[in-house]
Write a protein that binds this ligand. Structure first.
Ligand SMILES: [Zn+2]
Length: 380
């Protein structure tokens, strides 16, 4: 049985999402707290921190991890406005889209130096396959690399300050201590960085992987972090954070959006950089009964831009469709580097589907329509 937040549309099946006695989820409660925050004081605190790191001696003063999307475009803009000299760092996505590429090029033209690190594609395809078959997450390597690569780059270029975007535990709900956090460190990464119990140290030996293959997915040593003094901040702690506002700001600085609603999403302005994201989001639906549209609709409900009943309609319309395409690329094409057929993919889907959340027939088989879509048993 799923219970939904009485305010937004998130279900209690979401890991780390807690509900209080009024039936309100902690992501909604966190947002209430943010509304009461003293943003002027937080901005002064940010200015004070930046002033300690700002340099005028032929050196970058911060690393900004950038996917090229709305949030990273916004982060770079804010750092430039605050007279920082950032080094933008991209960990290439697992299946980079043309629009994602164009948005990275646009981000560079804001006026920043940029490095892009692209892990070995053969190793990555094996990791996609291991992630999908073992923990039901094709994006496992990407979610590790977007944390490890910027930190490795900060160490390599000796830039101590890393400017992250939002703390996902805050906006999406997580343990209170983590939601209040304004720093991202190894402990945060290991606990919340999407590792799902599959550790990098488990991988050597699987699919012929060697320790050497996994350098980009490994966090730097404590010694090297201490030598450079690497520390990471969540910009979303210091500045009011609204993905939609970030998208509007980024678009006015050249960010391109998709020409229609992104498949499985409810909007056209985010998650535009990786064709595998549709599969990632679909597995969230299979495991927990909600997809990306639920996340997005909930963000808008909390900010008063959407009523709960309209959010429910949006969720029922968009969430949980079988990911035949993502950003226009067919699933056959997306699975090809993994050496995986649709049949094998569907059998993995079925294995990770929480059978309590979807209709099953008299023989115990999942009920699907002619497009392969499941039938949900619960709705917000
Ligand atoms: Zn809620």
């Amino acid at each position: 049985m799923l219970h939904y937040c009485v305010r937004c549309v998130m279900p209690d099946s979401k890991p780390d999402l807690r509900f209080d006695e009024s039936g309100v989820c902690n992501a909604c409660r966190n947002f209430e707290r943010r509304e009461k925050a003293d943003w002027a004081a937080r901005r002064r605190e940010l200015e004070e921190i930046l002033s300690r790191y700002r340099r005028h001696d032929n050196h970058w003063d911060c690393v900004v991890p950038v996917s090229g999307g709305k949030d990273s475009t916004y982060q770079v803009l804010r750092m430039l406005q605050m007279e920082m000299h950032p080094l933008a760092v991209t960990a290439t996505t697992c299946d980079e889209s043309a629009i994602g590429r164009a948005n990275i090029d646009n981000l560079k033209r804001l006026g920043v130096d940029h490095v892009q690190f692209s892990p070995n594609p053969n190793v990555r395809a094996k990791l996609n396959r291991i992630g999908l078959t073992q923990v039901g997450d094709i994006s496992w390597p990407e979610h590790v690399a977007i944390f490890t690569i910027p930190v490795r780059t900060a160490v390599a270029y000796e830039v101590p300050l890393i400017i992250w975007g939002e703390n996902s535990q805050d906006e999406y709900g997580g343990p209170a201590a983590a939601a209040e956090s304004r720093v991202l460190d190894r402990r945060w990464l290991e606990e919340f960085g999407g590792l799902l119990g599959l550790r990098v140290s488990d991988l050597p030996g699987m699919e012929g992987l060697r320790v050497n293959d996994l350098v980009p997915y490994s966090y730097p040593t404590n010694e090297s972090l201490q030598r450079v003094g690497v520390t990471g901040l969540f910009l979303g702690y210091f500045l009011p954070w609204d993905g939609y506002v970030n998208a509007l700001v980024a678009q006015s600085h050249g960010l391109r959006t998709f020409d229609r609603t992104v498949e499985g999403s409810a909007v056209n302005y985010e998650n535009l950089d990786n064709h595998q994201t549709g599969i990632h989001d679909y597995f969230k639906y299979l495991k927990f009964g909600f997809g990306r549209a639920s996340d997005i609709a909930s963000l808008h409900v909390r900010r008063g831009r959407l009523s709960r009943s309209d959010a429910v309609d949006i969720v029922l319309h968009h969430d949980g469709k079988f990911p035949w395409t993502y950003l226009g690329k067919s699933i056959e094409e997306t699975l090809r580097p993994l050496d995986m057929s649709i049949d094998e993919f569907v059998s993995i889907c079925d294995r990770f589907t929480n059978k309590k959340l979807f209709e099953i027939d008299a023989r115990g088989q999942l009920v699907k329509d002619y497009r392969g879509n499941l039938v949900r048993r619960y709705r917000p």
